[in-house]
Ligand binder design. Structure first.
Ligand code: PLP
Length: 396
């Protein structure tokens, strides 16, 4: 349908003003090349199928006739499992009764958080580059996003120094995503402590999207919620999509102080009511028996990461080794191409899909995102093709 159809006049101004996702634009290009042997390092989605025992739990739930609504907060058994997991892995205690809310993926939890806590004009600090949904979510509630740059020289870790430089009166929320999509950047515990100190000093509410925490390859993941005085000002967001390869089940959760979860629940009870009972049953199985599968998938991602990072550096594209997530974020400036031309020409000439870094904000200039949630052999083939493409640009 063209943009000037008569029905456009009914579209709300804040929707009409939203930019199109740079990722979507790019994937429309990829879709046009269907059947042409394209290797995708583009989509941020596990290539693994959800482990069988988790699927089986969902089938069993259906066989038992579990087809009804659940409590708005989510099944108590699931909230207990979430509470145990978060206490065990992150060292933060949340009461299953009123401090845990099961949501339709982290996506819904993010939407609820922005809607529940942003007044028009409130300012939200977020790191750039960042996950594609943050900026539109901020715009949709008429808040103002303040991008805080992260740099390749720091392996894209967010620093308290950069936050202090970006802060201005009216800042209310700090949006964190560690490990980060698209850079794989994380913070050390010391860096995180400095960020926590800044958040306390400026009285910020923190949204902490930790969806990639189980894909941490070196060291221990630390949640900002576990640092002194932070649980009371943090909405902890997590889900099943990445760790358990459950993207299509649409299930995640938010944990936080009762008053904050209650505010999010006020929106959720009307907009979603509850998450699919089948997905909730599967999620209970994942948290109670799924850890061997998580470990096995993490080992595969680790191996793929090492391969992809090594090959990028060998072909002349500087690439740091991400401590977490399943993304690499190489610097492509040596080729003399900008990130959009690089991605478009690589797709056209060698049929490898990567995402231009600016799809994730200005901070992604000069980079592309290449995801390693793809089979090892496919990554080898993609690297051979990219090496040929880069060599041609470098005049080798
Ligand atoms: N947060 C980040 C940083 C992501 O990368 C994604 C998906 O790619 C999401 C949230 C959405 O996750 P979910 O599938 O749980 O909605």
């Amino acid at each position: 349908m063209s943009n000037d159809t008569a029905q456009q006049r009914w579209v709300a101004a804040h929707i009409a003003g939203l930019p199109r996702s740079g990722i979507r634009d790019f994937f429309e290009l990829v879709a046009k090349m269907k059947g042409q042997d394209v290797i995708s390092l583009g989509v941020g989605e596990p290539d693994f199928v959800t482990p069988w025992h988790i699927r089986e739990a969902a089938i069993y739930a259906l066989e038992k006739g579990k087809t009804h609504y659940t409590s708005n907060l989510g099944m108590l058994e699931l909230r207990r499992a979430i509470s145990d997991y978060v206490a065990g892995h992150f060292g933060v205690s949340y009461r299953p009764e009123d401090q845990v809310l099961v949501t339709v993926g982290v996506s819904e939890a993010l939407d609820l958080a922005f809607r529940a806590f942003c007044n028009p004009g409130d300012k939200v600090l977020y790191h750039s580059p960042c996950y594609v949904s943050y900026h539109p979510s901020i715009a949709l509630v008429h808040a103002q996003g303040i991008a805080v740059p992260t740099y390749a020289k720091d392996n894209f870790a967010l620093t308290a120094e950069a936050l202090r430089a970006a802060w201005e009166p009216g800042c209310k929320i700090l949006m964190l995503n560690l490990p980060c999509n698209p850079t794989g950047g994380t913070c050390t515990r010391d860096q995180l402590s400095e960020i926590a100190e800044f958040a306390r000093e400026k009285d910020l509410l923190v949204f902490s999207d930790e969806i990639y925490s189980e894909l941490t390859f070196e060291g221990q993941h630390t949640s900002i919620a576990s640092l002194p005085g932070m649980a009371e000002r943090t909405v902890f967001l997590h889900g099943f999509s990445k760790a358990f390869a459950m993207t299509g089940w649409r299930i995640g959760y938010a944990c936080g102080p009762e008053a904050l979860i209650d505010a999010m629940m006020k929106v959720h009870q009307y907009s979603m009511m509850c998450v699919s009972i089948v997905s909730q049953e599967a999620a209970i199985e994942a948290l109670t028996h799924g850890w061997d599968s998580v470990q096995a998938m993490r080992e595969q991602y680790h191996r793929r990461r090492d391969l992809l990072v090594r090959r990028f550096n060998e072909m002349g594209l500087k690439c740091h080794s991400p401590r977490g997530s399943f993304y690499t974020f190489p610097d492509i400036t040596a080729t003399g191409l900008d990130e959009r031309t690089f991605a478009a020409e690589l797709l056209k000439q060698e049929k490898v899909a990567v995402v231009p870094g600016t799809a994730f904000g200005e901070g992604g200039r000069g980079h592309v995102r290449a995801c390693f949630a793809t089979a090892y052999d496919q990554i080898i083939e993609a690297c051979d093709r990219m090496e040929r493409f880069v060599a041609a640009q470098l005049g080798k």
